[in-house]
Write a protein that binds this ligand. Structure first.
Ligand code: OOG
Ligand code: NI
Length: 462
């Protein structure tokens, strides 16, 4: 039979992220409310800040803004993770970064599946923060074995999904009709199931070890637990959430509010309590109960930092957390935000200094001004107005912030610090691949933009 014309992975990713958003909107109405609030605030911010608006338009970021979101899932086994890598590859998403969440007392380690090429990111930067449960961090040996046994019995991918992943690998992509089927089949893996695979008693015991263990082990699949739209002004969205009946967590994770945004600021609302049908204790009938897993989150993205910039960020944040630990009831949130602002005065807040001091990554482009001298001297070309430099957007996550998000949706907002017990080697083995180094990706994007810009100026000069 004739080979189908293959769709680009970017197109499949956009279909999938739309389908996922529609599904989540139908399942969690507050997500739809949050999306509307974010869209309103983004509109207002663009209108109020013409420089920001011009940049968004010029860089083709306006198109991506309303598509932009990330999600998160938690997997139970190495096989599930390795297959997830193949599933996301169909959509041009590869594992980037390794995150150790044991520091926050959460027994998982994670990566982010996302596109990496600048053009693919511009089209649709959809990302999924993907965690793997670490049963090795569960103390109780019996419980550990029981959890492993339950997980070994479940199949989180439909046979149709597995077949289409294989087709994509063999063909080097999917055709139109195959892509639509793939999106529908893949969506099944991320769907919410209100029926547990275990009894309420087993659920309670696993929950006793850690709420995350129960969330991963007791269900048919890794329900998507949040989808996060990108806002241009997170402080305003946070302040207005209550007007729309949403109560946010006490503090915004990440850096202090700034003129030039860096990295990532995030806030979330508490997970919903949802009705669950557990299996009857005697193996028959059902027992009604509840589970909290799904929540809402928003984020504001800023400049990607160089290792030097990141070190400064980590140092300042550690100082803030030494000054003030947010209490479980959020009563000292204002003290925390004040300490954050005070400490982050130590982080330069203008683009020129960030660039000159090598704190952030920048993208170089010709301005279109005629008559550039024949030189590779970037500083001279910038000063002469022939080149411009703009911060490269951070596309990844932050472990301390992720821990804060995990904790808040587990119903405990008190900040805790635990000993790190990272095991990157085990994660790489289970994933079946080495996650890409995010710093190397930003450095490459910066270098490529500089070379392309210089080459373009030379062509024009010749
Ligand atoms: C993931 C939490 C981390 C983020 O944005 O940092 C995260 C989870 O709760 O599964 O999504
Ligand atoms: Ni998130």
């Amino acid at each position: 039979s004739a080979r189908p014309t293959l769709l680009s992975p970017d197109a499949i990713r956009t279909r999938f992220s739309r389908a996922m958003s529609d599904m989540y909107k139908a399942e969690v109405p507050q997500y739809g409310t949050l999306m509307e609030l974010v869209a309103d605030v983004n509109e207002e911010t663009r209108r109020a800040d013409s420089r920001l608006d011009r940049r968004l338009v010029e860089n083709g970021e306006v198109e991506r803004l309303h598509l932009e979101r990330h999600g998160a899932i938690r997997l139970g086994t190495a096989d599930e993770l390795a297959t997830m890598r193949r599933l996301f590859a169909v959509m041009g998403m590869v594992p980037v970064g390794y995150y150790d969440l044991s520091v926050a007392g959460v027994p998982v380690h994670s990566t982010a599946f996302r596109p990496v090429e600048p053009e693919a990111l511009r089209r649709n930067p959809f990302r999924v923060f993907t965690s793997l449960l670490r049963l090795d961090l569960i103390e109780d040996e019996g419980l550990r074995a029981e959890a492993a046994e339950i997980l070994s019995r479940r199949r989180i991918y439909t046979p149709g999904c597995l077949a289409l992943i294989h087709t994509a690998e063999v063909q080097g992509g999917l055709g139109e009709e195959e892509a639509d089927r793939f999106v529908a089949e893949a969506l099944e893996t991320f769907r919410w199931h209100s029926a547990a695979t275990v009894s309420a008693d087993v659920y309670r015991r696993l929950r006793g070890a850690h709420p995350l263990v129960a969330d991963v082990v007791c269900f048919k699949g890794p329900h998507i637990n949040h989808l996060t739209p990108r806002t241009l002004d997170i402080d305003t969205v946070q302040a207005r959430m209550p007007e729309r009946g949403i109560s946010p967590k006490a503090v915004i994770e990440g850096p202090a509010p700034r003129r030039v945004p860096i990295l990532l600021r995030q806030t979330s609302f508490r997970a919903l309590q949802e009705p669950i049908a557990f299996k009857g204790a005697d193996g028959e009938g059902v027992e009604d109960g509840t589970h909290t897993a799904r929540f809402g989150e928003i984020e504001q993205r800023g400049a990607a930092l160089t290792p030097k910039g990141r070190e400064l960020y980590d140092t300042l944040l550690a100082q803030v957390r030494g000054d003030v630990q947010v209490k479980g009831d959020g009563s000292n949130a204002a003290d925390y935000m004040a300490a954050l602002s005070r400490r982050f005065e130590g982080f330069p807040d203008d683009e020129e200094t960030l660039r000159r001091e090598g704190l952030a990554f920048f993208r170089y482009t010709p301005t279109g001004k005629a008559g550039a001298p024949a030189t590779d001297d970037v500083e001279a070309l910038l000063a002469g107005g022939y080149l411009k430099a703009e911060p490269i957007t951070y596309e990844d996550f932050l472990p301390v912030s992720a821990a804060g998000i995990f904790q808040s949706n587990l119903g405990d907002e008190s900040q805790q610090n635990f000993a790190a017990r990272a095991n990157r080697a085990a994660f790489v083995r289970d994933l079946g691949a080495d996650p890409a180094d995010e710093i190397a990706l930003y450095a490459r994007a910066e270098a490529q933009s500089r070379e392309a810009a210089l080459a373009a100026l030379k062509v024009e000069a010749a």
